[in-house]
Design a protein around this ligand. Structure first.
Ligand code: ADP
Ligand code: MG
Length: 176
């Protein structure tokens, strides 16, 4: 794929944190993403507060979603995000769903579909997660998501998840 093609792709990234002042971690991560020279920050959502998955005994999470453009190919983009997680102090090799200082997941890269052991796009859990879909809907209300051969409209899914009792709570949109 040519660089110019990638440049125009809409990339959505989910951010999450529930350790070491999560609100500050997410604002800092949004600021850092905006500063990375290979990225252009197009938009970002409000901060949302959510309970841990399965109501695990963990602190609440702060979540957000941002939209960027980049010339980096998908695996290089993943490497940049993983480096940011490390720099924030995230410990490696911890159990799935354990508390974390910073989690950066690639949700969508335009309509691309990637099925690699290190990278699955669209993100394989995103449709089930209200704390991903609700902030995504805030910045991309008319989005369609391509899954295999199907196109899924984001709006009805977001409206449904907004009614769920354990949905995330919108806090505010920070200035970055
Ligand atoms: P989770 O986000 O599910 O809690 P981790 O952040 O610990 O899990 O990521 C585990 C692995 O998920 C990473 O090593 C990465 O290679 C892989 N991965 C697969 N698809 C994606 C994606 N779309 N975005 C980010 N990481 C992904
Ligand atoms: Mg992750």
């Amino acid at each position: 794929m040519g660089t110019s093609e990638l440049k125009n792709m809409n990339i959505y990234i989910a951010l999450g944190s529930n350790l070491k002042n999560p609100e500050k971690q997410i604002i800092k991560a949004l600021q850092d993403i905006a500063k990375i020279k290979d990225f252009a920050m197009i938009d970002y959502s409000s901060l949302y507060q959510s309970r841990p998955l399965d109501n695990m005994a963990q602190p609440d999470y702060i979540n957000s979603v941002c939209q960027i453009k980049t010339n980096l190919e998908p695996f290089a983009l993943l490497a940049v995000l993983q480096q940011m997680e490390q720099t924030a102090g995230r410990e490696q090799n911890k159990k799935k769903w354990s508390s974390r200082i910073l989690d950066l997941d690639i949700l969508l890269i335009d309509n691309k579909q990637i099925n690699d052991k290190n990278l699955i796009v669209p993100h394989n859990q995103m449709l089930q997660r209200n704390f991903v879909i609700i902030p995504l809907y805030e910045i991309a209300p008319n989005l369609t998501i391509k899954l295999c051969k199907k196109q899924l409209l984001l709006k009805p899914l977001a409206l449904k998840l907004m009614k769920s009792p354990n949905r995330c709570k919108r806090l505010y949109r920070p200035t970055i």
